[in-house]
Ligand binder design. Structure first.
Ligand SMILES: *Cc1c(COP(=O)(O)O)cnc(C)c1O
Length: 841
């Protein structure tokens, strides 16, 4: 359905497959096709990274030449066969689970960062989503992406003569993007209606191909929409709060309607951040219609099939909306699903009855999904604190947020040199297969081999940085003399540091600049020179971030370091790829715990780069003193710690890192440095790959979720009705629970704890009585089931429950509690009721 026929021009028949190759974003990670596109049109390829555009710009003459070039045709044939083999392979998922275990996963995200050619991202969240789709394609996991096609994507950055960031918003002309209108069987373009106050907005549906994965993208730029509505998908995170809400409605509601219109068999809706949470409402609405049931009943049936990945480490990071906006846009949906606006709005409020409370997309997601996860171990813990309020009285350890640490799609980020080294050590299919064997294989590589490949990568980066710097200077109108200097900056032998990120305050992008004189001393040491490449964009409305950039722009002009400190403008995927491939050390300085995970540091791993980072996000779990370097003390601090952290940063560089890099043996190899490289390659690269991440999602979240979802839907609408009725009964009578006495009977093997409870009108088989003890020494909490015992209590409406405890814990460690009980439901995420013997926990 895709490919050649969608190109705007006809290709000679010999080049037909070129159209197919250009239409598959697999070229964003397949190094082998780079050479082909370079042959086709070097300049266009290097400027755009977009084969689709390359093809459309070719002259007829050039096309004819290529069609007659037998060497070129052989190369094309080779790549075509390779791609067909890739598409046809069984893949990890089917090999391990067959094709029945999961029918489909719809992955919703506001951003997708797949490559420079499709700039629908602003930062880490989008890059992660892009890497997710690519790894799913490699592993053969049946994932479908759903997102928005923005007319203006990621802004482009230039610095003016004062080092002040200027933004440009080039128009994403869909006819030059590797996306295609989705057409129905009868040929017309698929359009999806989404209800907004007083009107329906028409969304056009596009498709991008990411290897074996399809990505559906919606845009509202349809001539039949009002001018205002045509701009809904104008800008990623553009406009105000209202625009954001409307974009989220289009993504969630429109996204799920697209899935249904296409008839895709989806069991799992995966929400990459809370932005897409409205999808859960639309999904429930469709189930209501199908089964003629009420909204809450439909929610019981759909919830296990919805997953929510949170990426936010501070509550202020969640999208929230004021009640008036919710009222304006929610009414039509409340009506559609037959509940009051208050009830709908309550799904997003901390206290559903508080009409003044803001509406949080994260709370909506938490209430309508069957599982929540954070994106690193530390972020899981932080998220349990953040979401604690939704589960009042539940111990923090039981707040239902797990974690799966992010990873990066290695073939996207590795250098051709790294690719060759990995291929030699572990074979071509390594990122698709098991990672355990890779560790052993990498450990067998010789020091010489590793050091050599590192040097090649550094040289490539330096060539690239010089070209780019010359271009930057020329754009600013610098004199030829300056351009000639720019062409010779940097030293292929020198220790190369990389520092590139969004210039958000929490990332402390100026920490390295706390003492510029000291940084200059480190960089200009006569025997041990250090060079530094910096890149990053500030949010267009963030003047603080722009000031940080300006500080760097001034620093790199200082005569002492002008030839070895370079600010590269316009940080994006393409620049990030070059940087992470060539640097020796990647520096990251966020303020803990603000970096939920962070992925840029993972991108250097497979390329042999080392990390120096705050113990935050992924580094908090990856750090090992024999592999990399750490800043901070695993505690959370405010800005008052910045000076201490900066001091630590300089000291590490001066006393450990720089000397280690320059301590060479007789054959010129820094053995200790290379030993770290090897450990980092062997131990960290596989672990922090998107492969491991996607496999974790499949095994830990998708498979259990599909099981629960299918079971709940196996008997039609009956289960939804039963569970909803059960919930209503429990909510109605929960306050009737009374606790009375606790007896402890001693025995040889431990104590027996007894409690007396009155359940009021609660059904006895609808609850469970437990003994709970907090975990000690890092272990999880202990939870024992109490059983009813046949013995008379003082009054007839009290029941007696008992449980034997062994001697590992004291009777006093335990508190009895009552929680809901129904087979196969997840607590407390599906129902947060709880009653403690002592009143509170
Ligand atoms: C990887 C990447 C990011 C995310 O990096 P973090 O360290 O997670 O902030 C942002 N932007 C670009 C262009 C990237 O390649």
């Amino acid at each position: 359905m895709l490919g050649f026929s969608y190109l705007q021009r006809e290709l000679p028949v010999e080049l037909k497959e070129l159209g197919a190759l250009a239409s598959d974003l697999r070229w964003t990670w397949s190094h082998e096709s780079d050479a082909l596109w370079r042959t086709v049109d070097q300049l266009a390829w290097e400027k755009t990274d977009n084969p689709y555009e390359v093809l459309q710009n070719l002259t007829e003459n050039r096309l004819k030449k290529l069609a007659a070039d037998s060497q070129f045709l052989a190369h094309l044939q080779h790549l075509t066969t390779q791609r067909q083999d890739y598409l046809a392979q069984t893949g990890w998922f089917r090999e391990n689970f067959g094709s029945q275990k999961i029918s489909g996963v719809a992955y919703f995200s506001m951003e997708f960062g797949l490559g420079k050619a499709l700039p629908l991202y602003a930062g880490g969240l989008g890059i992660l989503a892009g890497d997710y789709l690519k790894a799913s394609s490699d592993l053969g996991v049946p994932v479908t992406g759903v997102g928005l096609l923005y007319q203006e994507g990621y802004f482009r950055q230039v610095l003016d003569a004062n080092g002040w960031q200027q933004e440009a918003y080039p128009y994403n002309d869909p006819s030059f993007l590797p996306v295609f209108p989705v057409r129905s069987a009868t040929g017309e373009w698929l359009k999806i209606d989404v209800a907004l106050p007083g009107r329906a907005v028409r969304c056009r549906v596009w498709q991008a191909q990411v290897g074996r994965v399809s990505l559906y993208l919606l845009d509202t730029n349809d001539p039949l929409n009002s001018p205002l509505d045509r701009g809904i998908t104008g800008k990623l995170y553009g406009g105000g709060e209202e625009m954001r809400l409307v974009q989220e409605i289009v993504l969630g509601v429109g996204g799920w309607r697209t899935i249904s219109a296409l008839g895709l068999p989806i069991d799992i809706c995966h929400l990459n951040e809370g932005h897409a949470a409205f999808v859960t409402i639309e999904r429930a609405r469709q189930l209501m219609q199908l089964h003629a049931i009420a909204f809450r009943e439909a929610l019981w049936m759909s919830r296990p099939g919805n997953l929510f990945t949170t990426h936010t480490p501070v509550p202020a990071g969640f999208d929230t909306y004021f009640p008036d906006l919710v009222q304006r846009y929610g009414s039509v949906y409340a009506e559609q699903i037959g509940i009051s606006l208050q009830e709908l709005a309550g799904l997003g409020r901390l206290d559903p009855d508080d009409q003044d409370a803001p509406f949080s997309m994260a709370f909506l997601a938490a209430r309508t999904c069957g599982a929540i996860n954070g994106v690193s171990r530390l972020h899981g813990k932080i998220s349990r604190q953040i979401f604690q309020n939704l589960f009042p009285q539940w111990p923090q350890a039981e707040v239902p947020v797990s974690h799966i640490t992010n990873g990066v799609h290695v073939p996207t980020w590795d250098s051709p040199w790294a690719d060759a080294v990995w291929t030699k050590a572990c074979g071509k299919k390594r990122w698709q297969d098991c990672s355990e064997t890779m560790t052993a294989a990498m450990e067998r590589l010789s020091d010489e081999e590793l050091w050599r490949f590192d040097a090649f990568e550094r040289q490539d980066l330096i060539n690239y940085a010089r070209d780019r710097l010359v271009y930057q200077c020329a754009q600013r109108g610098d004199a030829p003399k300056i351009l000639a200097v720019a062409a010779k900056v940097l030293d292929p032998q020198a220790l190369t540091l990389g520092f590139a990120r969004r210039f958000a305050s929490y990332k402390r992008p100026n920490l390295l600049l706390q003492d510029p004189e000291r940084l200059i001393r480190i960089m200009t040491h006569p025997e041990r020179p250090v060079q530094l490449l910096i890149a990053g964009k500030a949010h267009p409305r963030d003047d603080t971030g722009k000031h940080f950039i300006q500080q760097w722009a001034e620093f790199v002009q200082r005569p002492e370091v002008r030839h070895r400190a370079i600010f590269l403008e316009d940080y994006d995927i393409a620049l990030a790829q070059e940087l992470v491939q060539g640097v020796d050390l990647w520096i990251n300085t966020p303020r803990r715990p603000w970096e939920a995970c962070g992925t840029s540091g993972m991108k250097v791993l497979a390329n042999g780069g080392l990390n120096l980072s705050t113990l935050d996000g992924w580094w908090d779990e990856a750090f090992d003193p024999e592999i990399g370097w750490a800043l901070g003390d695993r505690m959370e601090h405010g800005p008052e710690q910045d000076a201490t952290n900066a001091e630590q940063l300089y000291e590490l560089l001066e006393n450990e890192i720089v000397p280690m890099f320059y301590r060479r043996d007789a054959s010129g190899i820094p053995r200790k440095w290379v030993a770290r490289m090897r450990k980092s390659l062997a131990n960290l690269a596989p672990q922090f790959s998107a492969n491991r991440m996607v496999r974790d999602y499949v095994e830990k979240l998708y498979l259990p979720a599909v099981g629960r979802y299918r079971q709940r839907n196996a008997h039609g609408q009956a289960t939804g009705k039963t569970l909803n009725a059960w919930e209503n009964t429990l909510r109605l009578h929960w306050q009737e629970i009374r606790w009375r006495r606790r007896n402890i009977k001693q025995s040889q093997t431990g104590d027996i704890i007894e409690v007396e409870i009155c359940l009021g009108r609660l059904p006895q088989n609808g609850v469970q009585v437990q003994l709970y003890a907090d975990g000690v020494g890092g272990a999880g909490p202990v939870c024992l089931t109490m059983r009813p015992v046949e013995s008379t209590t003082q009054s007839a409406d009290f029941l007696r429950y008992a449980c034997h405890i062994d001697k590992s814990r004291q009777a006093n460690d335990y508190t009895a509690r009552i929680i809901p009980y129904s087979p196969d439901i997840s607590l407390p995420i599906e129902l947060n009721l709880i009653s403690w013997e002592t009143g509170t926990k």
